[in-house]
Write a protein that binds this ligand. Structure first.
Ligand SMILES: Cc1cc2nc3c(=O)[nH]c(=O)nc-3n(C[C@H](O)[C@H](O)[C@H](O)COP(=O)(O)OP(=O)(O)OC[C@H]3O[C@@H](n4cnc5c(N)ncnc54)[C@H](O)[C@@H]3O)c2cc1C
Ligand code: SF4
Length: 280
C-alpha cells in the first residue's frame, strides 16, 4: 500500500483520484478498518495538509479535532458537549470532525463481516438477531444506528457542508441504504469535506444516554438548539443516519424492533430535558 501526502488542495487534485484511494485524516476509524479487512486501499492519501483545520467565526475546518472543538468557547454548547462525550481523550486528540461525520456503523454484524445487506447481501442479521442498540426509525432495510454524536449536534445547529466540489445542508450528506445503492452518504468518489458552517443558536445542549458513563457510543443522543423561530432537535443512535425530529410528538412514528422499544422512552425523556434546558 502506498502513502501519499499532498501539501495543498491543488496537489490533492493533481493526484487525479484513483479508484483504490482512501482519504486518511486522524486514522482512528480508517486504520482499524484496514487492519480488519473491512475496507481495502491501494493508496492512502493523507489529507492533513489539504483540509482546513481550526474555527473561524461560524466556520469549522473539517480537519479540526474533536478535542479542539470541545475546548473552543466559540463553539455552541451542543457541539462542544457532543465532542466531549465522544470516544476517549486520546481518540479525540487524533479524530477529526470530518472523519467523525463519515465514520461507519458500529453494527457488530457489519464489523464482523456477516454478509448482511450493508455488505451487499440480502439479509439484515440484526433485525432477526441482536438489535438492542439498533435503529427505531427507518430500520426496515438496514437497522444500523448512526454513531456520531457531533453529527446530531451539527444537524440541530443547521450546519452546511462545503466540499471540494459543492455546498449543501448536512442532512443531504446522508442517505438511507436501498437494495440498489447500499451507501449511507452521498459523497462522490474522492470528494473531500473541507468545512462546516453552523447557524449560531440562542442556546443549545447535547444529552447522551450510554451503557457506561464514559467512552461509549450513544444508545440515544439528543441535540437541541433554540433559535428565534423555535427549537430544533436531532438524534444520534436512532436511525441509520443522524435523525432530525420536528418535535417530540414525532417519536410516535418510531418503529422499534422487539428489543429496543426502550429507546423511544429514552428519547422522550432526554428530549424533554433538552428542550427545558435550552428554554430557560
Ligand atoms: C473506540 C472508539 C470509540 C468511539 N466513540 C465515539 C463516540 O462515542 N461518539 C462518536 O461520535 N464517535 C466515536 N468514535 C468515532 C471517532 O470520533 C472517529 O473515529 C473519529 O472522529 C474519526 O476521525 P478521523 O480523523 O480519525 O477519521 P479517519 O479514520 O481518518 O477517517 C474516517 C473516514 O472518513 C474519511 N474522511 C476523513 N476525513 C475526511 C474528509 N475531510 N473528507 C472526506 N472523507 C474524509 C476517511 O476516508 C475514512 O473513510 C469512536 C471511535 C473509536 C475507535
Ligand atoms: S443493521 Fe445494517 S449493518 Fe447491521 S446487520 Fe443489518 S444490514 Fe447489516
Amino acid at each position: 500500500m502506498q502513502l501519499v501526502r499532498p501539501s495543498s488542495l491543488e496537489e490533492f487534485a493533481a493526484l487525479g483520484g484513483e479508484p483504490g484511494d482512501q482519504a486518511l485524516a486522524g486514522g482512528t476509524e480508517l486504520v482499524p478498518q484496514l487492519r480488519d479487512g473491512l475496507i481495502h486501499a491501494e493508496r492512502l492519501v493523507q489529507i492533513t495538509d489539504v483540509v482546513p483545520r481550526g474555527v473561524e467565526g461560524t466556520t469549522i475546518g473539517a480537519g479540526t479535532t474533536l478535542a479542539e472543538l470541545e475546548h473552543d468557547a466559540a463553539i455552541p454548547e451542543a457541539l462542544r458537549e457532543a465532542c466531549r462525550l465522544a470516544a476517549s481523550p486520546q481518540l479525540r486528540n487524533m479524530g477529526t470532525i470530518g472523519g467523525n461525520l463519515l465514520q461507519s456503523t458500529r453494527c457488530w454484524y457489519w464489523r464482523l463481516q456477516f454478509p448482511c445487506r450493508l455488505h451487499g447481501g440480502d439479509v439484515c442479521h440484526a433485525r432477526a438477531g441482536q438489535h438492542r442498540e439498533h435503529a427505531i426509525f427507518a430500520n426496515d432495510f438496514c437497522a444500523s444506528a448512526h454513531p456520531s454524536d457531533p453529527a446530531a449536534a451539527l444537524l440541530a445547529l443547521g450546519a452546511r457542508v462545503r466540499t471540494d466540489r459543492r455546498e449543501f445542508p448536512l442532512d443531504v450528506l446522508y442517505r438511507l441504504p436501498t437494495a440498489d445503492d447500499r451507501r449511507l452518504t452521498t459523497l462522490e468518489e474522492g470528494e473531500l469535506i473541507l468545512e462546516l458552517e453552523f447557524a449560531p443558536p440562542l442556546a443549545s445542549v447535547y444529552l447522551k444516554a450510554m451503557d457506561r458513563k464514559r467512552w461509549a457510543f450513544a444508545l440515544v443522543g439528543v441535540a437541541a438548539a433554540r433559535y428565534e423561530d423555535g427549537v430544533r432537535l436531532a438524534l444520534a443512535g436512532v436511525a441509520p443516519t443522524p435523525w432530525a425530529l420536528e418535535s417530540l410528538d414525532a417519536l410516535e412514528a418510531a418503529e422499534p424492533l422487539p428489543d429496543n422499544a426502550y429507546k423511544v422512552e429514552l428519547a422522550q425523556a432526554l428530549g424533554r430535558r433538552a428542550i427545558a434546558s435550552v428554554s430557560r
